[in-house]
Design a protein. Structure first.
Length: 116
């Protein structure tokens, strides 16, 4: 099987295609956000409208940019704007524990060498 070689022109063409798709997704998210803002503006009064960033920021370690990025990713995936009610960073030790298990298993002692 002959390996496929990509010339510079092919790479540039692929990059342009990716940039076009990204621009389309950005336009789609902007359209979804503007329609969602229009719906919420007509459906609720300003005093009764809760701030989604306030709800999402129960943990102050999340920046506004991160919340916007997560919202845009969810909107791009679902095809419509989702209401982010809560973002909770869960701390889990499972990855750390598995890493320790892997490292300790790599240091397995050879029992034949340890006996005199």
């Amino acid at each position: 099987m002959k390996p496929e070689t990509n010339g510079l022109a092919d790479v540039l063409k692929a990059l342009a295609s990716i940039q076009n798709e990204l621009a389309k997704l950005g336009e789609r998210v902007a359209a979804l956000e503007s329609s969602a803002h229009a719906k919420t503006a007509t459906a609720t009064t300003p005093a009764a409208a809760p701030s989604t960033t306030t709800k999402a920021h129960a943990d102050e370690s999340l920046s506004d940019e991160l919340v916007l990025i997560l919202g845009a990713a969810v909107a791009a995936f679902l095809g419509k704007k989702a209401h982010i009610r809560r973002i909770q960073v869960l701390g889990s030790t499972a990855w750390a524990q598995q890493g320790r298990v892997t490292i300790q298993a790599s240091h397995a002692l050879n029992t034949a060498r340890s006996q005199p």
